[in-house]
Design a protein around this ligand. Sequence first.
Ligand code: SAM
Length: 280
Amino acid sequence: MEKRVADLWVTEYQTKNMRLGLRIKEVLCNKDTPYQHLLVVDTLEYGKVMLLDGAIQITEKDEFTYHEMMAHILMCSHPNPRRVLVVGGGDGGTVREVVKHPSLEKVYLVDIDEEVINASRRYFPSVSCELDNEKVEIKPMDAIQFIKERKDFFDIVIVDSTDPVDFAEGLFKRDFYSDVFHALRQDGMMIAQTESPFAEADIVKDAYNEMSKVFPIVKMCWGAMPTYPTGMWTYTIGSKGPDPAKPLRDVPAKTKYYSRSLHEASFVLPGFVVQLLKGE
Ligand code: SAM
């Protein structure tokens, strides 16, 4: 009889009726933090993967597509980005991209869960590599509270959050967008990850509509993100003035996904997304 080997897989329920399975080599961390369930596994297809409450946050293989979009769309279209806030983003991937820009004076990383930051430092050195940069200040706290205490302070706010459940729900609401608006200086802009139009059409539409009630200019762009539900990901931007679709400079360092032409192209929305935003 042939020797049998047990098969280990991690399953993410991307929607109630859709799941992504990855064969795993090893479970590296499996625990409850004070805020959420934290799982880090080493997979055959995507390298190390972090899941929070069962939802994939980052994989070593594809995290760059998401983090480069989150950081460079606004860092390249703001006239002079000096002070930046990253909401969530405890893995450090967005911060790693933001510090590539020489105009940056300070980036604040506000993640509610310090254990996400610690896990990224331990298991994802290529993602967390800039967390000790002297321009980075880490604040382990609820960003909904943090933002209320800052007025006319940031040039850019990047909302790199988990899905809108529990303590992240408020990050997708008009009150939060309004607090962000007041925390931004003149010419300030915010960008938020706003999910997939195939898997979560209501979240995409609601985020766009809520932001439109607060910001004079609201635009959406999109990109590939293979391990997020359906692989098509949207980013919604609220601006006090600058046009986020118009890059003013290149990234002065190596990128693997972002380029000036991709920046411009990412604002061309497929027809069904345009219809979704119009409520048709
Ligand atoms: N790229 C990821 C995605 O779209 O799935 C997000 C990655 S990042 C790890 C998300 C972080 O948001 C988590 O570490 C979580 O702790 C943090 N977060 C969620 N709600 C928050 C809040 N209200 N204040 C601060 N951080 C929050």
